[in-house]
Design a protein around this ligand. Structure first.
Ligand code: TRP
Length: 334
């Protein structure tokens, strides 16, 4: 059977949190179990450098941490190929070739890039770098080097996939039908709110529970979660719909517990402190298998390196095959 290639990845700039877990990571776990798919996950260290060029040690450290996050949630290297972007030189080469097929104006119009540039004023000042503005081109190379057909992404990544599709069409119209045009797959996942009630859970917002957090860190974070601001004393009637503790009970607690939490809160029969303690225990229990696997890999770091090395070796072979076709089409096959 001809399997459909799925290509996804992350920038190694920080650890993964429960927002990622209920979102992209669950999708990847599902995809790897389906016979019809061949999943590649890239650790996008070169892309991470586009806005972390001044912090190479941070990127380096997070490559392994990201790999451990993947492995500890159950990404299985026998079913999914995990590889390091910088070790695939073809991706850099394709980026150069594709850069002729994209205009500066088009890159500047990319909504994702536009938003990110606005957020990164402090780093870039008045004028953004060529590398950052051009990272959608490099991402197009990531996808096409592996003939990625499906790219499961969150909404914020859609403009990048669209830009990749344009590059593919342009390439194929000039050099012949060589590249595979990918399709974005919008995951049905819901976005998990932060502990502070923010719509987004994120590192920069300081409102995330990480998969690698210790039991103590989880307890401390849950104790600081935002509850119904109108509920001051225990016997005040509460509104669970505006309480982040109740929101997370919905994700981590049993059905019976959830109903009880909701009813008792509404009747003013439940204290927030106890409610938080119960939630923290449930989150800790839920993440326990992940924490245990993480501990195993942290103690066997040579296994992680071997998995990365072998995944990358396999990816190199795939990328070489694509490059051969591309160079032939572009008359660069000397
Ligand atoms: N841009 C993605 C992110 O910031 C990471 C990424 C790089 C990616 N190359 C990719 C995602 C190719 C999907 C396909 O999370």
């Amino acid at each position: 059977m001809n399997k459909k290639r799925i290509l996804t990845g992350d920038r190694p700039t920080g650890r993964l949190h429960i927002g990622h877990y209920f979102g992209s990571l669950k999708t990847r776990l599902e995809m790897q179990e389906k016979e019809e798919y061949d999943q590649y996950i890239l650790i996008a260290d070169v892309q991470a450098l586009t806005d972390n060029f001044h912090q190479p040690e941070k990127v380096r450290k997070n490559v392994r941490q990201l790999a451990i996050d993947y492995l500890s949630i159950g990404i299985d290297p026998k079913k999914t190929t995990i590889y390091i972007q910088s070790m695939i030189p073809e991706v850099a080469e394709l980026t150069v070739f594709y850069s002729n097929l994209v205009t500066i104006a088009r890159l500047q119009r990319n909504p994702t890039v536009k938003t990110e540039i606005a957020q990164k004023r402090e780093l870039f000042g008045e004028s953004v770098t060529y590398g950052f503005l051009g990272y959608p081109v490099s991402q197009a190379a990531d996808i096409t080097a592996f003939e990625g057909e499906l790219v499961p992404v969150g909404e914020d990544q859609l403009p990048l996939i669209e830009q990749c599709r344009e590059i593919v069409r342009k390439f194929n119209s000039i050099y012949g039908d060589v590249l595979v045009e990918p399709q974005a797959v919008l995951s049905s996942e819901k976005r998990i709110k932060g502990l502070d009630g923010n719509e987004k859970m994120g590192k920069s917002l300081g409102n995330a529970i990480y998969l690698s957090d210790s039991e103590e860190e989880i307890r401390k974070k849950v104790m600081g979660a935002v509850t119904d601001p109108n509920r001051i004393r225990k016997d005040d009637l509460g509104n669970p719909d505006v309480c982040m503790v109740y929101y997370y009970h919905n994700l981590f607690s049993s059905k019976d517990e959830k109903i009880k939490v909701c009813e008792e809160c509404k009747k003013g029969q439940r204290g927030c402190v106890n409610c938080k303690k119960q939630l923290a225990s449930n989150i800790i229990e839920y993440l326990k298998p992940i924490r245990e696997k993480r501990r195993y890999y942290e103690e066997h770091i040579e296994e992680v390196d071997k998995i990365l090395f072998e995944g990358t070796k396999k990816a190199q072979i795939t990328a070489k095959e694509t490059m051969k076709k591309v160079k032939k089409a572009m008359k660069l096959d000397y």
